[in-house]
Design a protein around this ligand. Structure first.
Ligand SMILES: NC(=O)c1ccc[n+]([C@@H]2O[C@H](COP(=O)([O-])OP(=O)(O)OC[C@H]3O[C@@H](n4cnc5c(N)ncnc54)[C@H](OP(=O)(O)O)[C@@H]3O)[C@@H](O)[C@H]2O)c1
Length: 254
């Protein structure tokens, strides 16, 4: 693990990709600030991190609440004095069919994936503007076009991607680096394998964590993986819209 001796904030750390990244970073003599809503899981994670020789602060928060997010950042700064890397990873989606849903369900998914980003992104930019640092975000290949049964999730991930693109231009020349990560289907509690049309595309969270932390170390602006997903998304973007629509309809069993 090349990220060593740093202070790293991870949102959505109680499970899946966030937890896998925290465990990988725990071998690097780092200070971790881990946050999510489920305190028991965060405490178990903290014990494992500390057993590997790093320090770990648990900060329980619902990331749709801006004041709670600020408290998480304050707890990290009080414990370690600075935050070098913020990995904004909280999110997830419940399958939603726009033909049969309501506005509350749509907005809930938007909040879980967009508000949870914004509520950490703005204060972290504020913190890092002078002292420097890296802000990474877990987006999704689903944010490149509207996938069936994923309208609100695709929309929230597209919004995050485009907002980071703007911020990257605005922060050029500053010491803040923005890294957008687009993991393909990863075997976490957040993924229902029945929703994956080709099971061979699913990767393990440890592999995903390696890819994500590697991209953060190298300061890449964008990283989509594995390669098979990168190729599929590139092909999808090249297709005319009518053909893509037909393809997605068949792939989703419609
Ligand atoms: N797995 C995949 O195939 C895949 C692919 C592309 C992108 N992603 C993205 O990867 C990220 C992590 O997902 P995962 O697959 O690791 O799923 P996961 O195991 O369900 O983890 C989701 C994490 O987000 C946290 N979270 C959700 N809502 C929250 C809220 N309101 N406040 C605070 N924390 C919240 C959860 O913690 P609590 O419930 O304890 O609060 C949990 O730690 C998500 O952004 C997801 O969209 C996943």
């Amino acid at each position: 693990m090349a990220i060593r001796g740093k202070t790293i904030l991870i949102t959505g750390a109680s499970s899946g990709l966030g937890r896998a990244m925290a465990l990988s970073l725990s071998h690097g003599d780092n200070n971790l600030v881990v946050t999510a809503r489920r305190e028991g899981l965060l405490r178990e994670l903290a014990a494992e991190v500390e057993a590997h020789g790093s320090r770990c602060t648990v900060a329980v928060a619902d990331a749709v609440d801006p004041a709670a997010c600020q408290q998480v950042i304050d707890a990290g700064l009080a414990a370690y004095g600075r935050i070098d890397v913020a990995i904004l990873n909280a999110g997830g989606g419940t399958p939603t069919n726009m033909a049969h849903t309501d506005s509350a369900a749509v907005l809930r998914i938007m909040r879980v994936n967009f508000d949870t980003l914004v509520n950490f992104l703005c204060p972290m930019i504020d913190h890092m503007r002078d002292v420097g640092g890296t802000i990474a975000w877990t987006g999704s290949p689903a944010g490149f076009f509207g996938l069936p049964r994923s309208g609100p999730y695709s929309a929230a991930k597209a919004a995050g991607r485009v907002m980071l693109d703007s911020a990257r231009v605005e922060l050029a020349g500053s010491p803040v680096k923005l890294v957008a990560l687009y993991p393909g289907f990863t075997y976490t509690p957040g993924l229902d394998p029945n929703d994956v049309p080709i099971k061979a595309l699913i990767i393990q969270p440890e592999r995903a964590a390696r890819e994500m932390l590697g991209a953060i170390e190298r300061g890449r602006s964008h990283h989509m993986f594995p390669k098979r997903i990168r190729v599929l998304i590139a092909l999808g973007r090249l297709m005319p819209e009518w053909l893509r629509r037909r393809f997605l309809r068949v792939a989703s069993g419609g």
